[in-house]
Write a protein that binds this ligand. Structure first.
Ligand SMILES: Nc1ncnc2c1ncn2[C@@H]1O[C@H](COP(=O)(O)OP(=O)(O)OP(=O)(O)O)[C@@H](O)[C@H]1O
Ligand SMILES: [Mg+2]
Length: 348
């Protein structure tokens, strides 16, 4: 789609912002490594500096001190316009151009990059489909003729349009209804599976964070990193009370949603050929749902259709306690990352 690389890692070194006239920094010496292709979710209280940190990464706000590297290259000093071409940005307040149609809004960056007309038009249609906006209905309208949630989807389409290797998304689904939101989360997860962009995603919705994040950064005041971990690590070994509060009380049920049947299928459980089968990428939560339908055990099959083992209630319980024990012992498992769940979901 473009000449840009598929993804670029992001490194923040002692990144700091002190707004003029403020006695205290809004963001104070943040250090973070984000691997190329990872989706990292920022969660944290209002005013803790999430938006400020994002805006420093594409230099809409200039850092007071510290270094930003993109793909290993220091971008703190170079041309900010050049930098922003590699970064799709969904801003918190949506920020569409009111005097431009939806299609013009979406195509703005590729147009600026000099894409030929045909390719540009095709891409606008493509990204409108991704966010579920019918071009016949919406392409020629103006932002004020759309609802808040529809405008937000245009914002996401616009950030995707030039196919940039890095995406910064500041509460991108916040204004959408629960069903549209779930659809967009699913679509985005599948899309991320294919595209593998490096994404920073801000949300106040912890479920969304668990669903989408390869890693989650729980931030405190001044963007201090309280815990930077996989969803599994966050749920299974919260660093402190603050993180526990985010996770809430349903630790075991949350873990069920983060472990796949394929990982814990037990070859010694002989589920007969008549037993219902689940594919390896099914979460234990969905597996349990099948068992609760009144079935003793399910057969777990791999991508190739071959049986990898079985699961019953006791095995599900063993898997959850085993995972907790492993996390407590300091083991890290890639199972809990959205990347593996996405991979599993992709062929469902
Ligand atoms: N232009 C500015 N000048 C001075 N202070 C600012 C400016 N922009 C933001 N701040 C302050 O910096 C702090 C961090 O703001 P920021 O917008 O980054 O928070 P946030 O984590 O994105 O919050 P929210 O979850 O509400 O969006 C806040 O205390 C805010 O009042
Ligand atoms: Mg914000």
């Amino acid at each position: 789609m473009s000449d840009m690389p598929a993804a670029l890692g992001i490194e923040l070194e002692d990144l700091t912002k002190i707004y003029a006239g403020s006695p205290e920094p809004a963001v104070d010496r943040v250090n973070m490594d984000i691997a190329a292709g990872d989706l990292v979710v920022f969660v944290g209280p209002s005013g803790c500096g999430k938006t400020t940190t994002m805006k420093m990464i594409n230099r809409l706000i200039e850092p007071s001190s510290g270094i930003i590297r993109l793909g290993g290259k220091d971008v703190t000093k170079g041309d900010p316009v050049q930098l922003r071409r590699q970064i799709g940005y969904v801003i918190q307040s949506i920020g569409l151009f009111p005097h431009m149609t939806i299609e013009a809004n979406i195509g703005e960056v590729p147009k600026m990059l000099g894409w030929p007309k045909g390719k540009l038009a095709a891409r606008v249609l493509e990204v409108m489909a991704i966010v579920g906006l019918d071009p016949d209905k919406f392409a020629k309208r103006y932002p004020r003729q759309l609802s808040g949630g529809q405008q937000q989807r245009v914002g996401v389409a616009r950030a995707l349009a030039a196919d940039p290797p890095v995406l910064l998304m500041d509460e991108p689904f916040g204004a959408t209804d629960p069903i549209t939101r779930l659809n967009m989360q699913r679509e985005f997860r599948k899309l991320q599976q294919d595209l593998g962009k490096t994404v920073i995603f801000v949300t106040h919705d912890f479920e969304e964070a668990l669903l989408l994040g390869d890693k989650i950064a729980v931030l405190g005041d001044r963007s201090k990193i309280v815990q930077y971990d996989t969803p599994l690590g966050l749920v299974g070994r919260p660093a402190d009370q603050h993180v526990s509060a985010f996770v809430g009380s349903s630790v075991h049920v949350r873990l069920l949603g983060l472990i796949t049947a394929g990982k814990v299928a037990d070859p010694s459980i002989a589920a007969g050929p008549e037993a219902p089968q689940v594919v390896a990428g099914t979460t234990l939560r969905d597996t349990l749902d099948v068992l609760l339908g009144g079935i003793a055990s399910v057969r777990v099959v791999g991508d190739d259709g071959k049986t990898v083992g079985g699961l019953d209630y006791a095995a599900v319980q063993r898997a959850v306690s085993g995972e907790l024990a492993e996390l407590a012992a300091g083991g890290t498992q890639p199972t809990g990352s959205a990347r593996s769940l996405r991979a599993a979901a992709a062929h469902r």
